[in-house]
Unconditional design. Structure first.
Length: 449
């Protein structure tokens, strides 16, 4: 489906034109799902007359899709095109033992490359850049999503994947890469190793395109401090059930806001409990509809991610203008957590990001930490283990620092946690895949041992 404007455009359509396009694509999607013969969609849309869906205003009366639907239809029950028309599948790890499989047609892959090219361009990546791609390749969508986006933009892509830190640093130095894409945790590992080897000043990295893991503004500060002045850490958002990375992107002149590429991904924010839309500006659960995906589209997919819709960009023109620097994408706040990441500790709802906020605000705490929910007793207990900075370790202030942090955590989340500060470098580093921050303990085996 050809785009009505430059496919690497970072501006988007003015509001009236965008709403018209979204309405046309939504109507076409509902009609196709209702008539394609897929048993899942025939049943899900049994009470919907496709002819009555004509604009985005009709969205709230359409049914949701949830991740359990993909699990129940495993492996290929939600594919809406003949398998001979598809060319790729990816999968995310499954908590139930089976992965969540997603399938792509050639046009789906072209859209995926397009939105990732937009994301890279929005971050300031140029066609003449060497893009160092440290996301994992394979069934995980991160590596290939950014890879084809980089090629679509015109970059020279280094498909180095994760791990092998020494080689990564050698390539960063020798090739002079200005843009690095990776998980936030691995980006930080690379900076730490570069400092340890004394080569940080020889690296030209200026932009980090970081995603696949939750990370806070405090973590952004730590990453940028580790890489030094002139480095900007930017958030890229996506999920495999929608398409992979490239659903939304942060811009360096508008930190804290993710620009949703809403000609392909129609966003809503709903109340997590009732499913009813919430007013713009209020926090709720992000819901996404894939307007152009062919092989495996989703309708009103409940992501579980908590965010809010932000006002239009200050640089935005009117509904009928789109001058230089103007952006018309729907802006959402960086995610504050996930509905299914919430921990219930002694009746109190706790989001791991709240704990990270406290840790990253403390000058004695490094960037490595882990949270343990101890469920061995009648009531769950919370433990936090965090690395101290080198200065705190040298000053032998670990015990006092842990007590101070425990008080700060209690003030923030309203329950007491047992905090342990450990020497810098004593916790494991994640070089491949997503970092794990939260562990459960159900027996005497220490999950952090």
């Amino acid at each position: 489906m050809p785009a009505p404007f430059d496919p690497v455009d970072t501006t988007g359509l003015p509001t009236d034109a965008k709403r018209s396009l979204q309405g046309e694509r939504l109507a076409a999607l509902v009609d196709r799902l209702a008539t394609c013969g897929n048993p899942f969609w025939t049943d899900r849309l049994a009470d919907v007359d496709p002819a009555t869906v004509t604009s985005v205003d009709d969205l709230p009366r359409l049914p949701f899709t949830v991740k359990q639907d993909l699990r129940d239809q495993y492996p290929l029950g939600m594919v809406t095109t003949p398998m001979e028309a598809t060319t790729r599948l990816h999968a995310s790890s499954g908590t139930s033992g089976k992965p969540t499989i997603v399938v792509y047609t050639p046009d789906d892959l072209a859209v995926w490359a397009e939105v990732n090219a937009r994301a890279l361009a929005l971050a300031g990546t140029r066609p003449d850049d060497v893009l160092h791609n440290g996301y994992g390749y394979g069934l995980f969508t991160g590596g290939l999503g950014l890879h084809y986006g980089g090629e679509r933009l015109g970059c020279t892509v280094v498909p180095v994947s994760g791990g092998n830190t020494a080689l990564q640093l050698q390539l960063l130095e020798d090739l002079g890469s200005r843009v690095l894409s990776a998980t936030p945790s691995f980006c930080l590992v690379l900076a730490e190793r570069a400092h340890a080897l004394g080569i940080r000043d020889r690296l030209d990295v200026e932009v980090g395109i970081l995603g696949a893991e939750p990370w806070t503004e405090g973590m952004r500060d730590r990453i940028q401090e580790a890489w030094g002045g002139g480095f900007t850490a930017l958030d890229i958002y996506g999920l495999s059930e929608v398409i992979g990375p490239g659903v939304a992107m942060e811009a360096p002149d508008d930190l804290g806001a993710l620009n949703v590429f809403d000609d392909h991904f129609l966003p809503e924010v709903v109340d997590p409990e009732t499913g009813e839309p919430v007013p713009d500006g209020e926090f709720g659960e992000l819901v996404v509809t894939t307007l152009t995906k062919q092989a495996m589209p989703v309708l009103r997919y409940r992501t579980g991610d908590i965010t809010r819709i932000l006002p239009d960009s200050p640089s935005r023109g009117g509904d009928d203008t789109a001058g230089p620097g103007t952006r018309n994408w729907t802006r959402i706040a960086r995610l504050t957590g996930r509905a299914d990441d919430m921990l219930v500790i002694r009746g109190v709802n706790v989001y791991p990001r709240e704990i990270e906020d406290v840790l990253m605000d403390d000058p004695d705490v490094g960037a490595k930490y882990a949270i343990v929910v101890d469920r061995r007793g009648a009531m769950a207990e919370l433990r936090i283990r965090a690395e101290a900075t080198s200065e705190a370790t040298a000053g032998e202030t670990l015990t006092h620092g842990a007590e101070r942090i425990a008080r700060a955590v209690a003030d923030r989340i309203r329950i007491r946690a047992d905090v342990e500060l450990v020497p810098e470098g004593s916790m494991p580093r994640t070089e491949v895949g997503k970092v794990k921050r939260v562990f459960e303990q159900v027996d005497d085996a220490d999950p952090l041992a």
